[in-house]
Design a protein around this ligand. Structure first.
Ligand SMILES: Cc1cc2nc3c(=O)[nH]c(=O)nc-3n(C[C@H](O)[C@H](O)[C@H](O)COP(=O)(O)OP(=O)(O)OC[C@H]3O[C@@H](n4cnc5c(N)ncnc54)[C@H](O)[C@@H]3O)c2cc1C
Ligand code: SF4
Length: 502
């Protein structure tokens, strides 16, 4: 029986982050483990609500009160079991999820701070490794059916694991040289060290999943070959088409890049160093992959921008400005705008913000300024107001508010415009919608029969937790399509949206 007064006895506490001066000297994760005493105390704060709204916040339907209580009572093996019943990769979500479950926690309604659900999750996930490793699960008898999964991000890997465990022969195709999707080279090591991905890949391989890295489907293998070799195809190619500002004067200058070009290259340098291999020192256009000694301007306010900030500090930037088009959000939930249990618009401080840099809100870049040699030397910004008219965003610059910020390196982290237009789509007869995403019917099939879609490629740039949820649900649909015995869990349908007030 959970402790109904736990939250009255204990305040919300998280483990201290590693000290800033120490952690910016390396690429290791920012959070140390919480330790058993702290995490059991924090799990005690869960009230085991009659209606656990945390469930509604999480698209995976994680059994949060159950595993909170198992941790509270020190029942770690059962907690590991319960957590994995709904989530293939809790070590990813426990580290990286912004935790919509915590925004929906009932404690938030009564003026208390929510249960540290995400921290409990990661401690259980790590306990699984510490208590004998990620053991492969028994796989059902082979069905004789074969599935191609294109893309090895969390959506593709979750689907692959579900399908392999159901007895299908699964091959994951990945065009990158290493597996993991954005988790591998998009997200820096200080948020997710890569041994977590490698451990899961070893588990999937032991469960029979075949991996073919370095294979660009549509180029190295045609869709026709794929369809001939497999009974079903699941596309999980992500939403990697970066938004740009081609109309802003000076966009073509050296030193102005898509954030992902810099981030992926920087993360590759870290990976190569970890393997003792020589790393590339420049981007394909000859730009050094290094912010050392530079004035860096990051344009954008989301995950990608925060990751660029952390990377810039670790590379030794002279100074960093992070620009946001919108005004500074409030520190706490505005109940009129975003009532509990929805996801609130509030100022989010990532660990990277603690490490330095200056955030500038309600501004837009008017020009990237040339130093006279074709290299950027500054950005000219203006204060702006933003309003929505007829569904369109209207940005108005305040006259006389313009000023310059020094900039040797400018990184555009202003979002994604859906999945890339690439040969595999035309070969399969699959089209992108107006948002650049690929639509799914109610059974996760695309316009092409036997071709399914999941993750960011379907939803647009989103979160790992949604990618895993969609991967699981699409796997259930593929299993049904192949005439598999029984049903696999399907936590979401293609139309499911996050909790919202309007
Ligand atoms: C910088 C950054 C930081 C982020 N941080 C967070 C975070 O902290 N928390 C969070 O929840 N979410 C975060 N996200 C979002 C999260 O990473 C994505 O929502 C998630 O990875 C989507 O998973 P996916 O499997 O759909 O696609 P992806 O992870 O994008 O994987 C798609 C894969 O498909 C491969 N592919 C594409 N086309 C082909 C082809 N033709 N043949 C073979 N392979 C192909 C790609 O190479 C890629 O590896 C972040 C995103 C970015 C960009
Ligand atoms: S809503 Fe919060 S307190 Fe209630 S069951 Fe979920 S985690 Fe526990």
């Amino acid at each position: 029986m959970p402790d109904p007064n736990g939250f009255l006895r204990y305040d919300r506490r998280l483990p201290a982050r590693r000290p800033v001066p120490v952690r910016i000297m390396d690429w290791r994760e920012v959070y140390p483990p919480a330790g058993e005493e702290l995490i059991r105390e924090q799990a005690t704060r869960c009230m085991d609500c009659g209606i656990p709204f945390c469930h509604d916040g999480c698209p995976l339907g994680n059994r949060i009160p159950d595993w909170n209580d198992l941790v509270r009572t020190g029942n770690w093996d059962a907690a590991v079991e319960s957590l994995h019943a709904t989530n293939n990769f809790p070590e990813f979500t426990g580290r990286l999820c912004p935790a919509p479950c915590e925004a929906a926690c009932v404690l938030g309604l009564g003026g208390q701070l929510p249960v540290t659900i995400k921290q409990v999750e990661v401690e259980i996930a790590d306990a699984a490794v510490a208590r004998g490793g990620l053991r492969p699960r028994p796989v059902s008898a082979p069905t004789g059916k074969s599935v191609a999964v294109v893309g090895s991000g969390p959506a593709g890997l979750a689907a692959a694991q579900q399908l392999a465990r159901a007895g299908h022969a699964v091959t994951v195709y990945e065009r990158d040289d290493a597996l993991g999707g954005l988790l591998r080279y998009g997200i820096p090591d200080f948020k997710l060290e890569k041994q977590h991905i490698d451990r899961r890949l070893a588990q999937l391989a032991a469960e029979g999943v075949r991996f073919r890295a370095g294979v660009n489907v549509g180029v190295d293998v045609t869709a026709e070959q794929l369809r001939a070799e497999h009974d079903a195809v699941l596309l999980a190619c992500g939403a990697l088409q970066g938004r740009d500002v081609p109309e802003t004067p000076g966009r073509q200058l050296r030193g102005v890049h898509q954030a992902m070009a810099h981030l992926v290259a920087a993360n590759r340098v870290v990976a190569a160093a970890g393997e003792g291999k020589p790393a590339l020192a420049t981007l394909p256009d000859g730009t050094p992959i290094d912010a050392a000694g530079k004035h860096v301007v990051i344009i954008g306010g989301g995950d990608t921008a925060a990751d660029c900030l952390g990377v810039a500090h670790r590379q030794g930037a002279a100074g960093v400005h992070q620009l946001d088009l919108y005004p500074e959000p409030p520190a706490g939930r505005d109940a009129a705008r975003d009532p509990w249990p929805t996801w609130p618009w509030i100022l989010r401080d990532y660990p990277a913000h603690e490490e330095g840099g200056e955030r500038v809100f309600a501004v837009a870049v008017q020009e990237f300024v040339d130093d006279g040699t074709g290299q950027v030397r500054a950005v000219r910004i203006a204060e702006v107001s933003v309003e929505k008219r007829d569904g369109r965003r209207i940005v108005t610059a305040l006259p006389g508010s313009e000023r310059e910020l020094p900039a040797d390196l400018v990184l555009l982290a202003i979002g994604f415009e859906g999945t890339e237009e690439q040969p595999v789509l035309a070969q399969l007869g699959v089209t992108r919608n107006a948002r650049g995403a690929v639509d799914a019917r109610s059974d996760w099939q695309t316009d092409a029969d036997g071709v399914f879609v999941a993750g960011d490629m379907h939803r647009g740039a989103s979160l790992i937790v949604w990618a895993i949820a969609e991967g699981r649900a699409a796997a259930a649909a593929v299993h049904a399509y192949l005439g598999g015995v029984g049903e696999l869990p399907a936590p979401v349908d293609p139309a499911r949206q996050p909790l919202a007030a309007r």
